[in-house]
Write a protein that binds this ligand. Structure first.
Ligand SMILES: *Cc1c(COP(=O)(O)O)cnc(C)c1O
Length: 392
């Protein structure tokens, strides 16, 4: 008897649909150039925006933290997992984000699935942008609130929902990504905050791709729009620009007090290990002390975008270092990515169902770790393959 036949069938279906995949193996650290399945390639696919994942001081801080605090925390935060460096990190992050308090979770995903369900209840409504990240969608599902979805960044649609539904609910929570990761566009945060005030709603911004990228020293989208004190829940990740792992909620102190009692990942899953915390503290300090990393990131992004545009590529309407190269058809997008990899450039193809049909694109992730030589090589290769496939 084979109980798992149903899974075998489903996997077979993936193969028939041409979407079955095996995972590429990165044989070294995540850097500007990586050894992928044994081949050296320029890496245009990581979220390591500032190159901090391999910064010598960050690596050293991880090692020091292990020597002092061990490899694991031994428990959830609410029992004995709340080691001193974690408390130190939360104070540092609150200062960095210019908010009253910060609560650190084990990842950005954890943060969304833990925080959203903790802060809403039956009788509340969540209004969410249609392009919000999967972890927000999961967080909303786990909550007991009702939900409504507005068209991507469509403020009229959002206001329409508010007009129609606001009065039927206790609390209404508007949730948006700060930076949308597939197109690199920003949420219309000033308008969202204005509507939230007008209709007496709470606001929740997931700034995973804005933290370490936008605002003064990478303080994020809220800082970029000068909206400090006006967004109720600001989520950041420590896994992308910060280069390590983890997520956090920056907020008023009372939110932290509540999350420490009702944020389920903090109560039921072991706290982040000392190596991670030590490394994160060092990363955040580097960011606070210098604009060198964010300056380099934006300089690289402008350089790269400029060259692609001159070649005639359609690079969408990104407002951040995320650089989509629009292709259209799914199979052509996949082919472009595959050919680039053969030529030494790794850039992921993003196709339906992650983005709408016929809007396939390559998503180039620029980092401060890239040298101009890396970017020149990537652009030249994209020109060559782009012409070969008649994309330009
Ligand atoms: C990447 C991302 C997350 C998940 O963050 P992790 O720390 O990798 O779990 C959550 N929200 C958004 C918007 C993201 O882009």
């Amino acid at each position: 008897m084979n109980n798992l036949k149903y899974l075998e069938k489903q996997v077979e279906q993936l193969k028939e649909d041409g979407v079955y995949r095996t995972l590429p193996i990165n044989e070294g650290p995540c850097d500007n150039r990586i050894s992928l399945n044994g081949k050296e390639v320029v890496n245009l696919s990581s979220n390591n925006y500032l190159g901090l994942a391999t910064h010598p001081q960050v690596e050293e801080a991880a090692i020091e933290a292990v020597k002092k605090y061990g490899a694991g925390t031994g428990s959830v935060r609410t029992i004995v997992g709340n080691q001193a460096p974690l408390e130190e990190l939360e104070v540092l992050l609150a200062e960095f984000k210019r908010e009253e308090a910060v609560t650190v979770f084990q990842s950005g995903l954890n943060c969304n699935i833990g925080a959203i369900q903790a802060i809403v209840n039956k009788g509340d409504l969540i209004i969410s942008d249609e392009l919000n990240h999967a972890s927000i969608i999961d967080g909303v599902r786990l909550s007991r609130a009702d939900k409504a979805i507005y068209k991507h960044s469509d403020m009229e649609d959002l206001e329409g929902i508010l007009k129609e539904k606001r009065d039927d609910y206790n609390n209404v929570l508007i949730i948006t990504d700060g930076v949308f990761s597939m197109d690199g566009d920003l949420a219309k945060l000033p308008k969202i905050v204005e509507l939230a005030k007008k209709y007496n709603c709470l606001t929740y911004v997931d700034d995973a791709h804005g933290s370490g990228v936008l605002g003064e020293n990478g303080r994020g989208t809220v800082d970029h729009f000068h909206l400090h004190g006006q967004v109720d829940f600001i989520i950041g990740t420590l896994s992308k620009a910060i280069g390590v792992i983890g997520g956090y909620v920056a907020s008023k102190k009372v939110v932290k007090e509540w999350l420490l009692h009702r944020g389920r990942p903090l109560l039921f899953s072991t706290a982040l290990p000392p190596a991670a915390i030590g490394a994160i503290i060092q990363s955040v300090k580097l960011l606070m002390n210098s604009t060198e990393y964010t300056d380099q990131l934006w300089d690289n992004a402008r350089y790269f975008k400029n060259k692609l545009e001159k070649l005639g590529f359609d690079i969408g309407h990104s407002e951040t270092p995320i650089t989509p190269v629009m292709v259209g058809k799914e199979d052509l997008t996949m082919k472009f990515s595959k050919r680039l990899l053969e030529e030494g450039v790794f850039v992921s193809a993003i196709v339906f169902p992650t983005v709408p049909k016929n809007t396939g694109r390559l998503r180039c992730m620029i980092s401060a770790a890239h040298t101009k030589e890396d970017l020149d090589f990537a652009v030249e290769t994209m020109e060559k393959v782009g012409k070969e496939l008649k994309i330009i």
